[in-house]
Design a binder for this molecule. Structure first.
Ligand SMILES: [Mn+2]
Length: 278
């Protein structure tokens, strides 16, 4: 199927009003256009429930697709009782809703990596320098299969996706350690070493001083066959625009904007509204 326009949109975080306004600016028409979302559909914005319902419905119509972010996986973990609802996350109405199970069942069947077109690959946080895009796609599939497994297996997996320290990636990594490392790369990464060692404490912008030997994952020079479109790192405000990587979290939830990247010509369109919670 061919579309009139396709847009890749950064982290919504439940900023429903800004999201609806962005769709108006884009003149989005679900019968002709397609939206791709960089994950973190829910969390700190004013209406995560409406956001999740809307995107599920668009995805089921074939007018949208999303990848999973850390907040989406956290929502699944809270749903299954493997994590506690954080106070700053405004997601409680999702768990009180009649369609909660339906929404979460749908959510856990979404991918962590997608190919919006021939030139791009979409993930929530990034792809580390020691993985090719092809290897990343196969690791993504391993995590997706685990998230989509039967409920007893899912309930066993979820607590294992969290750890205070980052795991080292090595040739023999396997089991839950491997799945946790995969989830960390795709959904939580900002800084890493050239060998992929992760650092979780740094969340500032690029002008702040970084821990020794660490760089933003996209600054390690690796030949890439596709441009990596990513969200997650709000402090970048969507200003990283390299030949091989493009940041799309405009930091809407922090008082900035939602961003849409048009596939084909790479034009970026911003919402004029920021999150009403910010
Ligand atoms: Mn995130």
């Amino acid at each position: 199927m061919s579309f009139r326009h396709q847009y890749v949109i950064g982290d919504l975080q439940g900023c429903y009003a800004a999201y609806r306004q962005l769709l108006e600016i884009l003149d989005f028409d679900a019968s002709q256009d397609k939206l791709w979302f960089a994950g973190d559909l829910v969390a700190r914005g004013e209406d995560s429930l409406s956001t999740l319902r809307d995107i599920k419905s668009l995805c089921e119509q074939g007018a949208a697709a999303t990848v999973l972010g850390n907040h989406d996986i956290n929502l699944i973990a809270v749903w299954r009782g493997a994590a506690k609802l954080k106070k700053k996350d405004k997601t409680a109405p999702i768990f009180d809703a009649d369609d909660c199970d339906e929404l979460l069942e749908w959510l856990r069947h979404q991918p962590v990596l997608a190919y919006p077109d021939e030139q791009t690959v979409l993930v929530h946080a990034g792809i580390p320098p020691h993985w090719t895009i092809e290897a990343a796609a196969s690791y993504a599939q391993q995590l997706e299969e685990a998230l989509q497994s039967k409920l007893p297996q899912l309930d066993e997996l979820l607590p294992n996706l969290y750890s205070r320290t980052a795991d080292e990636w090595h040739a023999d990594i396997d089991g839950y350690t491997k799945l946790r490392a995969i989830a960390n790369y795709f959904t939580r990464m900002r800084l890493c070493k050239q060998d992929g060692t992760l650092e979780f404490s740094f969340t500032a912008g690029l002008d702040e001083s970084m821990p020794k030997d660490f760089l933003p994952w996209f600054e390690w020079q690796v030949p890439r066959t596709r441009k990596i479109l990513f969200g997650h790192w709000a402090a970048l405000k969507g200003e990283v625009d390299l030949p091989h990587a493009r940041a799309l979290d405009g930091g809407c939830v922090w008082g900035n904007q939602l961003l849409a990247y048009r596939l084909g010509d790479g034009k970026t369109i911003a919402s004029s509204e920021h999150c009403s919670n910010s």
